[in-house]
Design a protein around this ligand. Structure first.
Ligand code: HEM
Length: 148
């Protein structure tokens, strides 16, 4: 079990670290041309990198969920803090995963070509939502671990 927890935490650091870096680049890299070139080269690599770690989070998280018997926690102790925290965490990870699909879909569809206003809005919006949700999920993850 320890190795799975290790993989889960490693995946969380890679996944959140990657999203923080790209978010910082979006704000700090002001030069339009440099920004365009960076995203053109880094974009697809980043997309595959993040997808890999998100899948790893789901796989290792599901293992840990079953290992700790969360099905029974939900069934017999639905009103406990542990149950609420896990419930909220999973709900937010589902949202986060949906936003990631939207973001990746637009990114790969419009790679090296211009975006419509809607695509631009959805891409920026999903990116911001992923950033905020990541911080909240991390908070809940620590809460779950402390309550176990
Ligand atoms: C973006 C997605 C996720 C992130 C960033 C994340 C992050 C983390 C982190 C950092 C921990 C360790 C907390 C600590 O040691 O204080 C943790 C624990 C845990 N996570 Fe996740 N997680 C994610 C997705 C999931 C999913 C999808 C599940 C279940 C389906 C899950 C189930 C668990 C469980 C059961 C633990 C406690 C494991 C233990 O203490 O043995 N996680 N998570």
């Amino acid at each position: 079990m320890q190795i799975i927890l290790y993989i889960h935490i490693l995946s969380a650091t890679a996944w959140i670290g990657g999203s923080l870096l790209l978010f910082a680049l979006g704000i700090l890299l002001r030069d339009r041309c440099a920004q365009k070139q960076t995203y053109e080269h880094l974009g697809p690599i980043y997309g595959y990198f993040e997808t890999f770690w998100l899948l790893s989070l789901w796989a290792s998280g599901t293992y840990l969920y079953l290992y700790h018997g969360f099905n029974d926690v939900f069934r017999f102790s639905y009103n406990s803090d542990l149950s609420h925290m896990m419930h909220d965490k999973i709900y937010m990870v589902i949202l986060l995963t949906l936003f990631t699909f939207i973001h990746l879909y637009i990114a790969f569809k419009t790679h090296t070509c211009s975006r419509t206003k809607l695509q631009h809005l959805l891409s920026r919006g999903s990116s911001l939502a992923i950033f905020v949700l990541n911080l909240i999920v991390l908070w809940y993850a620590i809460g779950v671990r402390s309550a176990l």
